[in-house]
Design a protein around this ligand. Structure first.
Ligand SMILES: [Zn+2]
Length: 253
């Protein structure tokens, strides 16, 4: 991928002013610098028909992390979009926001999406850049009614199923789908637990995840869809899955 370089923050004239150490010029530079950083850190890139603007107004993440995020975004969003929803947003902002206290989230409206990322999370877990892969799937999903017509557990389960399938280096983030089923797990536990169930179910019934995703996007998802797509209701599917996942543990334990 091309190396991304924001426009330089310090102009030669600004540097000279600072070096001459005039108190007034220094104060002026201090006032102007935050504005310069804000403008300098906007990076705009186009791949295929998708435009990405990366914005880190406070300079919270370094250049290497910015390139890693941008690379991961394009490398995972474009194939996800092609596979699941070619009509997904063509205009995406990635905003690095130190004031956001969660990990990351997506706001998706009218073909334009914003992915907000808390830089503190990546400071603590710099290998976890594939969180971008999960969030990119939320842009692709564009389901109406998160938590209403589109159940949260299934929306997040599909995003983690996709992170497993499309992620560039999940191992670097210590991230993996679980290979065992714990007693407290259910199909609707969400995130990785549901993602692992979806991966198994897709293996048994190829096309299942695409069928669920399509129905969710159309606002036509109902639990009966599992029976339509697999011939089994979801409780039966989960029971079969849980049995296959817990048997080896019992055999060795
Ligand atoms: Zn999510």
């Amino acid at each position: 991928m091309p190396v991304l370089r924001p426009q330089t923050v310090r102009s030669p004239r600004g540097t000279r002013l600072a070096l001459r150490a005039a108190p007034l010029a220094g104060a002026l530079l201090a006032l102007l610098l935050p504005l310069a950083v804000q403008a300098a850190d906007d990076v705009r890139m186009v791949r295929d028909d998708v435009t990405l603007v990366y914005r880190d107004a406070s300079g919270a993440l370094d250049d290497a992390m910015r390139e890693h995020i941008v690379h991961t975004f394009f490398a995972t969003y474009l194939p996800q979009r092609a596979a699941f929803n070619p009509a997904a947003a063509t205009s995406v902002d990635i905003v690095i926001d130190p004031d956001y206290e969660g990990v990351a989230f997506v706001d998706n409206q009218d073909g334009r999406a914003t992915m907000t990322i808390n830089p503190a999370w990546l400071h603590d877990k710099p290998g976890d850049v594939d969180l971008v892969t999960h969030e990119a799937m939320h842009i692709v999903q564009a389901y109406p009614g998160y938590g209403d017509g589109a159940p949260v557990w299934l929306t997040e389960g599909i995003a983690d199923y996709v992170r497993d399938a499309y992620g560039l280096d999940n191992a670097a983030g210590g991230w993996a789908l679980p290979t065992t089923v714990e007693p407290e797990h259910r199909y609707d536990t969400g995130y990785r637990v549901s993602g692992a169930f979806l991966k198994w179910a897709e293996g048994e019934h190829p096309g299942l995840v695409a069928g669920l995703d399509d129905a969710l996007r159309r606002g036509r998802y109902t639990p009966a869809l599992w029976t339509t797509l697999t011939g089994h209701d979801i409780d039966t599917l989960w029971a079969t899955y849980a049995e296959t996942r817990t048997r080896p543990e019992e055999a060795t334990g």
